[in-house]
Write a protein that binds this ligand. Structure first.
Ligand SMILES: [Zn+2]
Ligand SMILES: [Zn+2]
Length: 302
């Protein structure tokens, strides 16, 4: 019963290798309720060919929008739903352009992500990004993510808060609440106020496990981060595999849902045309997908 809210396609994201059909095939095999294409819109990021990571939003709309099948209207046995979204890379100097992009197209889901800090990306310029301690680096990053959430409250999901832990050269790069407690609190308060979902990105989990020496259990997000989000009243968790290839669609999603359930989180959210939907991880009789009524009780999970 999962909608995987963040995935990339080869035709639209320079770092992706799956076609739409391949992604849908994987989603069908795994049995997802729905899947979302959220290709990159990263002003300032360059491919090896010197081309900006910015898709043509009108061409993208024309190709993707007609393919939408709303997960909320899916019946048992139907193929997975499909939604149309975008992953916007936050750059404060381009705020007007980003705002217009969000306003001008009928996105189901807008993910706001931070891929650059002070103009540097962590993959190509680790020496510039990780100049100071992990604590100081993560404090700066979370401050920038909080700024992005505040500046673009219309963004539905705050993407991979822990993205920079994937490439930190330090021995134990996993991002912890204790690295930046005040910054986490500030970010979560802004997100909760704006009704922006907290993305649990399984690509970070996989990276920590595959390349950074963590066991799967240790690679899961820091429990304290999740607990603090819940304590502050957060109750919008989105699940994403951030797949760039068909074999990565839904990767570690079952393990991540099990981990969330251990922490008292039993459902997840996604957006359809910007409207919030919620569904439990496991379908049980009498429990169904629901559009979240803004007047309904939005208190914490517990
Ligand atoms: Zn990203
Ligand atoms: Zn992504």
């Amino acid at each position: 019963m999962i909608v995987d809210s963040h995935n990339h396609l080869s035709e639209w994201s320079p770092d992706a290798v799956q076609t739409f059909d391949e992604m849908m095939q994987s989603a069908t095999e795994i049995g997802l309720t729905g899947i979302v294409a959220t290709d990159h819109y990263d002003i300032g990021s360059l491919t090896p060919y010197g081309k900006e990571w910015v898709l043509d939003p009108e061409a993208y709309r024309q190709e993707m929008y007609p393919r939408r099948v709303l997960p909320s209207e899916r019946k048992p046995g139907d193929l997975p739903g499909f939604l149309y979204g975008i992953e916007i890379g936050y750059l404060p100097q381009h705020i007007d352009r980003l705002r217009a992009l969000i306003a001008d197209y009928p996105w189901d889901i807008v993910i706001m992500s931070l891929h650059l800090i002070n103009g540097y990306d962590p993959f190509h310029s680790p020496d510039e990004v990780y100049k100071s301690s992990l604590e100081e680096t993560y404090r700066n990053i979370l401050t920038a993510i909080a700024e992005s959430a505040a500046m673009l409250p219309e963004a539905n999901i705050i993407g991979h808060y822990d993205y920079f832990s994937r490439y930190a050269p330090h021995d134990h790069p996993k991002m912890l609440y204790r690295h930046a407690p005040r910054e986490f609190d500030r970010l979560f308060r802004i997100m909760i106020e704006n009704e922006q979902a907290l993305e649990i990105n399984t690509a970070t989990i996989w990276k920590l496990q595959d390349a950074r020496g963590y066991s799967l259990e240790e690679a899961m997000p820091d429990s304290e981060v999740l607990q603090r989000y819940l304590e502050l009243g957060g109750n919008l968790i989105s699940i994403s595999s951030d797949a760039h290839s068909a074999s990565n669609v839904g990767r570690l999603v079952p393990e991540t849902c099990a981990w969330l359930q251990e922490h008292g989180v039993n459902d997840h959210v996604w957006f359809e045309n910007g409207k919030l939907f919620r569904a439990p991880f496991e379908q049980s009789p009498g429990v169904n997908i629901s559009e979240v009524n803004k007047d309904a009780n939005l208190s914490g999970y517990n």
